[in-house]
Design a protein around this ligand. Structure first.
Ligand code: 5RP
Length: 221
């Protein structure tokens, strides 16, 4: 099976986690695109979606799925999204698609984060994938310096990318994130950081992992 077929497999499996009659939190990325296409087949059974990006909003609307403003919902039962890396405790690196801030906002609204990913995303320790950080443009150079000093990371501004919120993405290489919660907490406090792509506070509770043998479900306590 190709990586894309594995993504489509877990995207379809995620339909079992949608709570009928409720608003669904929808992430961003190629795996989520498959999920949105699958969600369209049950669109009459949901109350709509809260979306984490302009791209996902457009795809949801193209299927006739109502997209609600995040401010219009007090909470949602489930948020379904992909990941760039996920470890054995449900901690993730996200933001490969530059949507990490809105993804974290929607994840925060949700009772449960269900991660959908192909098996290549499962890692022992986060950090081989460059860590995305959304920064206010005037802070980018200082955030890059801070990563070098605090963690020995080599950070660069992602070329040609402006987020849906009008900010930049800094990608940090050379990290070994042994304590995701501590790094998320620390980096979030740096002036100019809008959000860091470590999802430890908002970690996955379930991961549906696509493998050639089928969908492998991981539950995180
Ligand atoms: C976007 C994300 C995505 O979830 C992540 O990049 C995984 O993407 P894909 O499903 O295309 O592999 O965090 O900001």
């Amino acid at each position: 099976m190709t990586q894309d077929e594995l993504k489509a497999l877990v995207a379809r499996a995620a339909l079992d986690h949608v709570v009928p009659g409720t608003v669904v939190g929808v992430g961003t990325g190629s795996t989520v695109n498959h999920f949105i296409d699958a969600l369209a087949t049950i669109k009459d059974r949901i109350a709509g979606a809260v979306s984490s990006s302009v791209k996902s909003t457009e795809r949801l609307q193209s299927h006739g799925i109502a997209v609600l403003d995040a401010n219009a919902v007090a909470g949602i039962p489930v948020y379904i999204d992909g990941a760039d890396e996920i470890d054995g405790r449900g901690h993730m690196i996200k933001g490969g698609g530059a949507a990490l801030t809105r993804e974290k906002i929607v994840a925060d609204l949700a009772e449960r984060f269900v991660c959908i990913a192909d098996e290549s995303k499962l890692v022992e320790v986060l950090g081989a994938y460059p860590l995305p950080v959304e920064v206010i443009p005037m802070a980018s150079a200082q955030v890059i310096r801070r990563f070098a000093v605090a963690y020995g990371g080599q950070a660069t501004v992602r070329s040609g990318v402006v987020t849906d919120n009008g900010n930049l993405i800094v990608d940090v290489r050379g990290l070994r994130i042994a304590d995701p919660l501590a790094m998320e907490t620390e980096v979030n406090q740096w002036p100019g950081v809008v959000s860091v792509g470590i999802f430890a506070r908002h970690r996955a509770r379930v991961c549906l992992l696509g493998t050639p043998q089928g969908v492998r479900r991981l539950d995180f306590a």
